[in-house]
Design a protein around this ligand. Structure first.
Ligand code: UDP
Ligand code: MG
Length: 319
């Protein structure tokens, strides 16, 4: 039987400083993986610094390294998808380029894979170097999506995970444009196992995820994996309509009993503004889903490849 293969997929956007540091640590781990044929695939997600040159340098000196360059910055989710698409054999391990996901834990992931788990995901016990705001909003987000969605999306879990060949193959079938990877991983199912770890601060550079980007990311997650907000507006509408009906009764009764003296301008304005607000929110919400439907209907590819260079290790070299 062939040796089992594990490809570490690293998506990077402007990580020229972090990549060499990460590579040294990765190599040490891959050298020590025993009977497993360990490889690395770096995906350059449209970096504007020297990340691509750095990656090529790593590929030139290490035959286990493959490099993939996208035609522009498509975002981490698309970059990861591209990386996973180019792995045609064996399991994959997904790792951030900035060293926040410690490569030294890979053997533990592999051990669980060999026990038969298909989706071994790192769960953050502690997050260094991240603000209170980021941590608390992340927590609230996981709680909301956990409630709204039927897909199991484990809390405090990022993309740091190992996928068995069959889980990878299954994930490859999900081609939606709006990709919320955490949800897609959960959707695939199979045997899942959490691996708690301590998330370190970035080695160098800054997070590419601003508050605004995180908010959009959260919207992506919720709209991608739940239609509960759409349904909720129906109930909101029902509640508002019932209230309006009761209010109308009160107004009519009052006019009948005490006469109509053209009072109530403030109440009228309040009701109009309130209902107008609700209607706009509901419309915006429908728009969020409709916009995604529109993107989906265009059927564009998820990413475009500029350059692809496979690892030099010949398959026959694997015993
Ligand atoms: N990344 C990417 N494309 C992007 C943004 C980020 O490939 O458009 C990569 C980035 O290089 C890093 C990983 O995604 O390897 C996580 O990004 P970051 O550290 O900025 O996010 P955080 O850890 O703060 O959530
Ligand atoms: Mg990071």
């Amino acid at each position: 039987m062939n040796a089992q293969r594990l490809t570490v997929v690293v998506a990077a956007h402007n990580e020229a400083l972090a990549l060499p540091m990460l590579h040294v640590r990765l190599c040490a781990v891959l050298d020590d993986l025993g009977g497993i044929d360990g490889r690395v695939l770096y995906v350059d997600d449209g970096s504007t610094d020297t990340s691509w040159e750095v990656m090529q340098g790593l590929a030139d000196t290490d035959p286990r390294v493959g490099v993939l360059r996208l035609s522009r910055n498509f975002g981490k989710e698309a970059a990861l998808t591209a990386g996973l698409d180019f792995v045609d054999d064996g399991a994959v391990m997904i790792l951030d380029a900035d060293g926040q996901d410690p490569p030294e834990l890979i053997p533990e992931f592999v051990a669980l894979w060999q026990q038969g788990y298909d989706n071994v995901y790192g769960t953050r016990l502690k997050r260094d170097g991240e603000s209170w705001f980021k941590r608390s909003t992340a927590k609230a987000f996981y709680r909301v999506i956990g409630r709204l969605s039927n897909t199991p999306i484990p809390a405090d879990t990022g993309d740091f995970r190992l996928l068995s060949p069959r889980a990878l193959q299954a994930l490859g079938q999900l081609r939606e444009r709006h990709r919320f990877m955490k949800g897609l991983f959960g959707w695939v199912g199979f045997r899942r196992k959490a691996l708690p770890y301590h998330r370190h601060a970035r080695l160098v550079g800054e997070s590419k995820f601003s508050v605004w980007r995180l908010w959009n990311f959260a919207l992506e997650g919720i709209t991608g994996f739940s239609t509960a907000p759409l349904r909720a507006t129906t109930y909101l509408g029902l509640a508002a309509a019932s209230f309006a009906f009761l209010f109308a009764l009160v107004v009519v009764l009052k006019a009948a009993l005490y006469g109509d003296r053209v009072a109530g301008w403030p109440t009228m304005m309040a009701v109009i503004l309130f209902l107008g607000g609700i209607q706009l929110i509901a419309l915006g919400l429908i728009g969020e889903y409709l916009g995604r439907l529109y993107e989906e209907s265009k059927q564009r590819p998820l990413y475009l490849v500029d350059t692809w260079q496979a690892p030099f290790v010949a398959d026959s070299a694997v015993h």
